[in-house]
Design a protein around this ligand. Sequence first.
Ligand code: AMP
Ligand code: MN
Ligand code: MN
Ligand code: MN
Length: 275
Amino acid sequence: MLVDLHSHSTCSDGLLKPAALVERAMQRGVDMLALTDHDELSGLPEAREAAAHWGLRLINGVEISVLWEDTTLHIVGLCVDPESPALIEGLAGIRAGRELRARRMAESLALAGIPGSLEGARRHANNPELVSRAHFARYLVEAGHASDTNAVFRKYLIPGKPGFVGHQWATLTDAVHWINGSGGVAVIAHPGRYPLNQQQCERLLSDFAAMGGAAVEVVTGAHTPAEFVIWARYAQRFGLQASAGSDFHGPGEGYRDLGNVPVLPAGCKPVWANF
Ligand code: AMP
Ligand code: MN
Ligand code: MN
Ligand code: MN
């Protein structure tokens, strides 16, 4: 069974509408797909209809932005209830904060000699409540400030660069409680991507497990095969299950296409075993 538990649509910073995303997943042989838009559930009804049409299993998902000890983390919720009031309200709060952050990013870029980036990013964002750094990156490429989005991030959008502004996202506890409270399971997304030392990684995993977190994303487009093994060991050590997903955003973007999800290293407990 081919499982892909991390993907994005135009309801956040993906390039395909939910129905087109599901159709591509079907074409690429995916049996179980989670749509996990950033801080947003609005793509799920369209994805569900398409999944019923094409006969693949859709998992209701979300990727929640969190600030933990000064580091932005992403927590994926799987099998969440999109009708859960606490989850809906929590995500609405994060999206409201995104608006403010986008304005501050644009002000900061203007001071660095790049005017008009908010309007530019908005043109790339299909969901006006969900302007992400990816939309800024696409605009900055379009405006000729870098050759591709990876270069834009390096030059402008990561901590220490002119377009980066710190932001108070949700707390880790809130995110895990919203997910668990809606009947879902919480997964630390792409852990290898965070600027954390070993001690911080250990503290994160032990805190996360203690507050009811379920799994670590072991296989993701952001990890090398060597990192699959490192994070598989971490998951086992802290009694956490393992998840796997491409983190697909669109054709030609990112590292892995839908369903290009290698098998978990030996010894992992797949988080989807009971889905
Ligand atoms: P945000 O949640 O608005 O801070 O934006 C984060 C999103 O930016 C991620 O989900 C990716 O889609 C994108 N992103 C982050 N880092 C990079 C990078 N180095 N290259 C390309 N896209 C990136
Ligand atoms: Mn993204
Ligand atoms: Mn992420
Ligand atoms: Mn993602």
